[in-house]
Design a binder for this molecule. Sequence first.
Ligand SMILES: Nc1nc2c(ncn2[C@@H]2O[C@H](COP(=O)(O)OP(=O)(O)OP(=O)(O)O)[C@@H](O)[C@H]2O)c(=O)[nH]1
Ligand SMILES: [K+]
Ligand SMILES: [Mg+2]
Length: 364
Amino acid sequence: MGILEKISEIEKEIARTQKNKATEYHLGLLKAKLAKYRSQLLEPSKKGGDKGEGFDVLKSGDARVALIGFPSVGKSTLLSTLTQTHSEAASYEFTTLTCIPGVIEYRGAHIQLLDLPGIIEGAAQGKGRGRQVIAVARTADLVLMMLDATKPYVHRQLLERELESVGIRLNKNKPNIYFKVKKGGGLSFNSTCQLTKVDEKMVQMILHEYKIFNAEVLFREDCSADDLIDVILANRVYLPCIYVYNKIDQISIQEVDRIARQPHSVVVSCNMKLNLDYLLEILWEYLSLIRVYTKKPGQPPDFDEGLILRKGVSIEHVCHSIHRSLAAQLKYALVWGTSTKYSPQRVGVAHVVNDEDVVQLIKK
Ligand SMILES: Nc1nc2c(ncn2[C@@H]2O[C@H](COP(=O)(O)OP(=O)(O)OP(=O)(O)O)[C@@H](O)[C@H]2O)c(=O)[nH]1
Ligand SMILES: [K+]
Ligand SMILES: [Mg+2]
């Protein structure tokens, strides 16, 4: 039996197994098996040719965003609208066949936007160019999932399931489980909170399925069996995702309002250029980008050449982004902005900066 058949057998078995206390362990085991086969499917095939020409686009700029969606939802139209690059758009499906990179220039940042072929149900199993598209999505910092606002909601769920099945986790944090394989000593299992979804026996069964008999496992939150499997496989990517509903020029204002209220969702019309500014604002926020301006003594800040960094970075990162050796030479920094109580305030390398802070670095 091939892997695909095995996967579909297990999926069928999970579907027909009633969910209750008695079948709990059996289901956990099936899930572990399923995840194992799926991750085998993801391993690069030895035959080659799987990567596909036209998908090897070099990473560039401050962040990378992948456009994922069904055919003809308007992905290429968005790329051509937001960037200087033109990507062919047409009313027929599969107009785009390769990966087309463009650059969004926003608040001084260069955000690489990747237009990709449309994907369809079964993409993860290799339908269409699904596997190549998904491989590119894994390399991105964020997924823009584009949806046709005139189409049923189930489209979004289908796409989510495709990405989910290949280990892409959207708008989800990495499960807080400490996991370490050991040479001996059996299983040491602990938790720092009450667990309602798994118990030691289940954890042990799942580990055995992966031929792991000696390990240290510490649950730091009430995680599920699926979360544990994600941690064991360790090949998951956790990406922020914005659901972009396009073609709102075709639906009623009530419908637009309803969709816009859903979590992580932005409504737009690429053809009519509606709400694209807001999309960029949300994109900036979801990418956790910030700008920091530097200033030389006695001179005004350099507002043209901001440094593009990520939320949560410190003065040390600011130094590194200017020059490798700078942090070691730093005496202190002066900061004007929302990250300090006073402006300016004298801070050390560990100080965390905010968006639009102005920083003056004083060397030893
Ligand atoms: N009504 C409406 N049509 C749009 C809008 N944006 C794009 N379209 C149309 O939708 C069709 C498909 O657009 P594309 O940009 O080719 O879609 P795509 O997602 O890149 O399609 P594939 O590359 O085939 O996967 C074209 O006829 C566009 O003119 C919009 O905001 N409103
Ligand atoms: K199209
Ligand atoms: Mg296209």
